[in-house]
Design a binder for this molecule. Structure first.
Ligand code: ADP
Ligand code: MG
Ligand code: ZN
Length: 480
């Protein structure tokens, strides 16, 4: 029997408001532990929370960008549990009236678009942070009360790759909206992964495991690969997967059981009495909608349409807004109707150099700017210099801040394409290699490559190989 994985993700994102969700404490990262706290976020009796307006605005922005319906009526609820990083013993969250429901996010896997449903986007507050040392544990409440969004997907993904792309596209949308830095290492994006298997073709969902402790997108993908294999083995041996929470150990590359899953009723949710229910006006929604910029999906569709790109190439270009804008300016500077040469450079050598320097393509600051880049691509495209040389020129130009064309001149990289000087060399080579000429004439097509090689040698590597081959072919055919 063949099994199909079913995956749903619960993503928590810290929003980058200046102050916390329900008090005026700063949200700045990396400060002295417990220096950014007050009676409200420490849960002192008698203190009262007040909703941060920017938190609500950001949350609505994200909900709309994820195509969700924003509910008119809202309230907050208390989710009760005990844990040393939670001074109030409850978390302010949203239960039965979440901010928004029923949206979707279009992702591209390989070269195809897939729509992943969003079940809900709701607001809540973060807990503190426990720091475990050898024989003590410390708690830092600076993070307590920082605004979080929980974005819950439908169980619509069917492979680790799809989960990876979902996270990538979600991060991209949040980056365009400029509401979170989505840094998994700093804990500003965290993700719980739910995964189950079902026999292929069956609609009913299988029993899921929930994986926690993901600390990178790659780790999420690896954890899923492991967990899918684990569940498959259990099912193949006739066993049953149990519903539980498992932890991913990135070092051992395996998941292990943490606890049997708690249920909603364990949290004794009830309405937060200290925050009044409220209504979001149509006017407010309209205002926020107006300020949503062009999103990665729209940009992707525009790139596909205007520049005839594949979705796979467009996906690489649109992920980060300023890089996408840079790519667009380069593509627009390319005069030819076929944009492929410049696109191939953007997702090839430029991205390679950017990765090497741990930055985006827009941060490369190519000496001489767009004009220099476009001319370099043109030179390679017209075989005035070889592709390999062109890539080297880009790299050197970035390293030395010299203009590409200066490097080309300095290193004398222009290939000889003018037929007159190549004609001369070809004649000499034909004269000097009668055996290969004979071979070629007797049908050994490969022999011509040897002759081209000789021409390259004679010209110190500067003969344009395509032009050289054409000249040789012509001479050898015409010459009878
Ligand atoms: P819980 O109450 O355990 O948190 P939810 O119904 O709230 O479960 O769903 C949590 C996440 O798990 C959602 O992203 C959802 O898509 C996903 N999910 C639910 N059931 C399954 C399943 N059987 N297999 C995989 N994912 C699932
Ligand atoms: Mg859940
Ligand atoms: Zn506070």
């Amino acid at each position: 029997m063949e099994y199909e994985p079913v995956i749903g993700l619960e993503v928590h994102v810290q929003l980058k408001t200046k102050s916390k969700a329900f008090c005026g404490c700063s949200t700045e990262f990396g400060k002295e532990p417990n220096s950014q706290v007050c009676p409200v976020c420490l849960g002192f009796p008698g203190s009262l929370p007040v909703l941060n307006r920017v938190f609500l605005d950001y949350a609505i922005k994200v909900a709309l960008a994820l195509n969700c319906t924003v509910q008119e009526k809202h309230k907050f609820d208390r989710k009760n549990y005990f844990y040393p990083d939670l001074p109030k013993n409850y978390q302010i969250s949203q239960y039965d009236l979440p901010l928004s429901k029923k949206g979707y996010l279009d992702i591209v896997v390989g070269d195809k678009t897939k729509r992943v449903g969003i079940n809900r986007v709701h607001m809540e507050e973060d807990a503190g942070k426990l720091i475990h040392e050898e024989d003590t544990s410390l708690v830092d409440f600076n993070r307590t009360g920082i605004p979080l969004l929980e974005i819950v997907s439908e169980p619509d993904m069917n492979s680790p790759e799809e989960a990876y792309e979902y996270l990538t596209f979600l991060k991209s949308v949040l980056g365009y909206l400029d509401v979170s830095d989505c840094d998994m290492e700093k804990g500003s994006l965290r993700c719980d992964v739910n995964v189950s298997l079902r026999p292929k073709g069956v609609l009913a969902l299988g029993v899921k495991a929930e994986l926690k402790n993901m600390n990178s997108f790659k780790g999420t993908k690896d954890a899923l690969v492991f967990e899918i294999r684990r569940q498959e083995e259990i099912l193949r041996e006739g066993g049953k997967v149990i519903q539980e929470t498992r932890l991913w150990d990135a070092k051992l590359s395996e998941t292990f059981s943490m606890r049997v899953k708690e249920e909603a009723k364990d949290y004794r949710y009830f309405p937060e009495p200290d925050l009044a229910p409220f209504i979001i006006s149509a006017q407010k929604l309209e205002e926020i909608k107006k300020n949503i910029p062009e999103l990665p999906r729209q940009k992707l569709e525009r790139f596909v349409k205007d520049f005839c790109l594949s979705e796979g190439s467009a996906k690489i270009l649109v992920g980060i807004k300023k890089d996408a804008d840079y790519a667009q300016s380069c593509i627009e500077s390319w005069e030819g109707k076929d944009k492929k040469p410049v696109v191939n450079w953007l997702i090839g050598p430029l991205l390679f150099e950017a990765n090497k320097r741990k930055c985006g393509i827009s941060d490369l600051n190519i000496p001489g700017g767009n004009i220099e880049l476009i001319n370099l691509i043109k030179s390679a495209e017209e075989a005035k210099i070889s592709n390999l040389a062109a890539k080297g020129v880009l790299s050197e130009s970035l390293d030395t801040a010299k203009l590409a064309r200066e490097i080309i001149l300095e290193k004398n990289l222009y290939q000889v394409s003018d037929t007159e000087s190549l004609d001369k060399i070809a004649e000499e080579i034909i004269k000097g290699n009668p055996k290969s000429v004979m071979d070629y004439k007797q049908g050994k097509a490969n022999a011509i490559m040897f002759l081209v090689g000789q021409m390259m040698k004679k010209s110190n590597g500067k003969a344009n190989p395509i032009v050289a081959r054409d000249i040789l072919k012509k001479m050898l055919t015409d010459g009878g």
